[in-house]
Design a protein around this ligand. Structure first.
Ligand code: ADP
Ligand code: MG
Length: 468
């Protein structure tokens, strides 16, 4: 039972969250606060540091991969043959790169698990404590539309205020919002056209709009940079090329920030495809460019878990650090080594569905298959479609108790937390000029929930505690 003091804390914090723009729309159009936790996620400093130190080398990896067209085509073209969406994305890519500057804003998501090496069969029973032996497991790298820099920065400030009033434990400093808008401002300045704007590519029915307009507002307040919001269809209608520049509503677009364009729904008609191509053909700095977006595909993540593939992009020392964080990943058409000998991946998956997540080449949440849904799906996948699906070992994240506040209701649940590190990297013609870790995102969700979306209502925004 909650004490009166707790009830007051919950009630007041909900109002503060609303006051500070920690908001979202419900499917019925009603406005509510974004789900948040009142139990900062405790983790040891050693694990926190290890995670933060991976950001810079992962940024470098993604810049390199994104510029290796042959590599991307080699791995993605066979899938594009059976996946019209991927085929269309590949067609959006210009033959040559028309931009001198690259800006990558990505988020690398992890769980903390307690099994040294999550092997095919887990022989060890994991304990529920985070220890020195706890391992980081990468979920995925989000290279397109890495969300929540605004909402999470605001939640950090709220949690910090509560700590200062002895109502929460001390939380670890976090400000991805400043890092992201500063990187945008630096890029716009580098583009060198006065009075230029940032184009934000949006979905027409965005539920997470406050994370975006909060960032736009901050860009204006801190750097006096104006932003224009448009869907891909509107960009086709209102945009044109002028001497290589993208011009929208009469303004030169120095930078185009994609918060859409990663799902087939964002391409309802041919005009959207043309809008995307128009952007790609111009010299606007794209966050992300098509190469970066393609580098974040599940297929690319899977091939990069192979030591010999990774070796083409990073040093041995970095490779060793990366490999420790990778869960096992295979395509469904592979023959894999198991304790029972060599078997087809799809057959193995049929017998071990609960140990894996099955992922098609899609972004944005809600596309993956778990448990019994995997079993229903497998028989419907044709032989030639198997290569489009990636099976990924299910990460057994460490559970903890958390007070979750969703749409005005508070509930203490047995939860797991997914931690993302924001990475910002600026390059000129592929040469890295500025590369940094930009803070964290925590999403805490009930343990029995598979997917992770905050605006879909699955997970609560959270901060980190546990050390000074
Ligand atoms: P998307 O690109 O759609 O966001 P993700 O790969 O990030 O896809 O998966 C969505 C969510 O599913 C994650 O946020 C996480 O909660 C869960 N998930 C994904 N992969 C795994 C995994 N290997 N083990 C456990 N949970 C996972
Ligand atoms: Mg994701």
């Amino acid at each position: 039972m909650e004490t009166q003091e707790q009830k007051d804390l919950i009630k007041n914090t909900i109002e503060q969250a609303k006051l500070n723009g920690i908001l979202k729309y419900l499917p019925n159009g009603e406005l509510t606060h974004a789900p948040f936790s009142l139990s900062p996620y405790a983790m040891p400093e050693s694990v926190f540091e290890k995670m933060a130190e991976l950001t810079v080398p992962f940024n470098e990896l993604m810049i390199k991969v994104s510029r290796n067209t042959d590599f991307l085509i080699h791995h993605l073209e066979p899938i594009a043959a059976i996946d019209p969406f991927l085929k269309m994305l590949l067609k959006c890519r210009s033959k040559e790169i028309n931009q001198n500057c690259q800006l990558l804003i990505q988020r690398n998501d992890f769980f903390i698990a307690n099994v040294k090496h999550n092997d095919y069969k887990q022989n060890t029973t994991p304990t529920n404590e985070i220890t020195e032996d706890s391992v980081l497991r990468q979920v995925e790298l989000n290279t397109v539309s890495a969300s929540f820099p605004f909402l999470i920065t605001r939640l950090y400030q709220l949690h910090k205020n509560l700590f200062e009033q002895n109502k929460l434990p001390k939380v670890i400093q976090n400000n991805p919002l400043d890092a992201v808008v500063d990187a945008f401002a630096h890029s716009v300045q580098n583009y060198g056209i006065s009075d230029s704007v940032i184009l934000v590519v949006v979905q027409s029915n965005e539920k997470n709009i406050f994370d975006q307009i909060g960032l736009q507002q901050h860009l204006w307040i801190k750097h006096n940079i104006a932003t224009v919001r448009k869907t891909l269809v509107e960009i086709h209608k209102d945009g044109k090329l002028r001497q290589g520049h993208l011009v929208v509503d009469g303004k030169t677009v120095a930078l185009t920030y994609f918060r859409a364009g990663y799902t087939p729904d964002d391409f309802p008609e041919e005009q959207a495809f043309k809008g995307r191509q128009l952007i790609e053909a111009s010299s606007t700095i794209q966050v992300p460019d098509m190469g970066m977006q393609l580098s974040g595909m599940k297929k690319i993540q899977q091939v990069l878990t192979k030591k010999e593939v990774l070796a083409d992009f990073v040093t041995e020392e970095i490779s060793r650090r990366f490999l420790k964080t990778f869960a096992k990943m295979h395509t469904l058409d592979e023959i894999i080594n198991t304790p029972e000998g060599e078997v087809s991946a799809s057959e193995w998956l049929s017998n071990h569905a609960d140990d894996y997540v099955l992922k098609p080449q899609r972004e944005g949440g809600g596309n993956n298959y778990f448990g019994s849904d995997i079993l229903k799906l497998i028989p419907t996948i044709k032989k030639e479609e198997q290569k489009a699906y990636i099976m990924m070992e299910k990460i057994q994240a460490l559970p903890h108790s958390s007070l979750q506040i969703v749409n005005g209701q508070a509930e203490t649940l047995n939860c797991i937390s997914e931690i993302g590190r924001f990475g910002v990297c600026f390059a000129e013609n592929g040469e890295i000029k500025n590369n940094l870790d930009a803070g964290y995102l925590v999403r805490t969700k009930a343990r029995n929930v598979n997917e992770g979306g905050v605006c879909a209502g699955f997970a609560c925004l959270n901060t980190i505690t546990g050390f000074d």
